[in-house]
Ligand binder design. Structure first.
Ligand code: SF4
Ligand code: SF4
Length: 175
């Protein structure tokens, strides 16, 4: 069945750049002026995410794995080192570094564990940050609205959920 979702990354980047000012106004509106409880908005975001995600195949995209700097914590490193039959020290030397804000992250991008078929080669043991991305099922959507705006330009799921929210809640201009 045809749908109106946009999946092309170049198109999404272009729209996101073009809509930057409008998106910022909408972000401020959602955060401060929408007459809806946090709980209700979170539920709407989650239902919308369910619907959008069912129609987007991440293995045809993998843009997050290709472009983002993946944050890893000590548990992630221990788990992945064990899976790779490496010591934590060797794994860290080979795959981990510090980002500009001093977080611990994979040292290379695209992610070294992204397979040629766009699938994650360590899927069951992937970092928590990968499991949680794109953070649309977490509570308090509006508290992460800055990050959401950044992610609209790189993730088709976030982009299409954001467009849906704009259509649903965008304040109408008075005549
Ligand atoms: S989570 Fe978003 S960016 Fe990552 S593969 Fe899926 S659609 Fe693409
Ligand atoms: S660990 Fe897997 S899910 Fe996470 S960025 Fe790398 S390839 Fe993607």
């Amino acid at each position: 069945m045809p749908d109106d979702l946009i999946r092309s990354i170049p198109l999404i980047e272009r729209y996101s750049r073009h809509n930057e000012a409008e998106d910022e106004r909408f972000r401020i509106y959602l955060k401060g002026h929408l007459n809806l409880s946090t709980k209700k908005l979170d539920a709407i975001v989650q239902e919308t995410t369910d619907r959008v995600w069912k129609q987007i195949d991440c293995t045809t995209c993998a843009n997050c794995c290709r472009t983002m700097q993946v944050i890893v914590d000590n548990d992630d490193i221990k788990r992945l080192a064990a899976r790779s039959n490496m010591t934590v020290k060797d794994f860290t030397e080979r795959y981990v570094s510090r980002s500009e804000d001093n977080s611990t992250c994979f040292s290379s991008s695209p992610c070294p564990f992204l397979g040629e078929d766009n699938r994650c080669t360590v899927y069951e043991d992937r970092p928590k940050a990968c499991k949680d991305f794109p953070y649309l099922y977490e509570e308090h959507f509006t508290s992460r609205s800055w990050m959401m705006m950044d992610n609209t330009a790189l993730c088709p799921i976030v982009f299409n959920v954001w467009q849906d929210l704009k259509l649903r809640f965008k304040p109408r201009r008075r005549r």
